[in-house]
Write a protein that binds this ligand. Structure first.
Ligand SMILES: [Zn+2]
Length: 175
């Protein structure tokens, strides 16, 4: 099971386009533990800031953040069944994605977001974050809805990236 969850799925993989389903407590606790362990290893190896379950092939509403990096996350690393409320001004920021290696683009998103989620034990928590932490949350929750950051780029930017993305889709064995 762990092997299955440890390679990062690349754009073109249909699992990245599925809408993920909520996790259930306490029924899914063992599965959640296995999944989180695998995802944390994967994130460490890939050196990313965050990773959503669909990126390792699991269509469930869970994402993780790299520990001890974004202070605003208040020590939270596992976000289960997150509900978000973006607000504030639009902010431009460069984004990348482990599922779209080599592509980094400036994208405009809300600068702040309120998050409600459960941690790995099923405890509910809320956060109100801005800056890079808000960006991470918005990016990862998009994954749970089958949305990739390149979908949010302008038609012109998307057109410019078409060749690169086509090559990634053809050769998904980057990792
Ligand atoms: Zn991503």
């Amino acid at each position: 099971m762990t092997n299955r969850m440890s390679s990062v799925r690349i754009i073109g993989d249909p699992v990245l386009r599925k809408k993920s389903v909520p996790l259930v407590f306490p029924d899914n606790v063992q599965y959640i533990n296995t999944l989180v362990k695998a995802m944390q290893n994967t994130l460490e190896v890939a050196e990313g800031l965050g990773l959503a379950a669909p990126q390792v092939g699991e269509s469930v509403r869970l994402f993780i953040a790299v520990p001890n990096y974004l202070e605003e996350l208040n020590g939270h690393v596992v976000f289960i069944n997150p509900e978000i409320q973006p607000y504030g001004e639009m902010e431009k920021r460069e984004e990348g994605c482990l599922s779209i290696p080599g592509i980094y683009e400036v994208l405009s998103r809300h600068s702040q977001v309120k998050v409600k989620a459960r941690d790995i034990l099923g405890n509910k928590f809320t956060l109100d974050v801005s800056g890079l932490a808000a960006r991470l949350v918005l990016h990862e929750v998009d994954h749970l809805d089958g949305i990739l950051f390149v979908d949010r780029l302008s038609p012109i930017k998307r057109k410019l990236l078409r060749g690169k993305i086509k090559r990634l889709k053809e050769d998904r064995s980057v990792y």
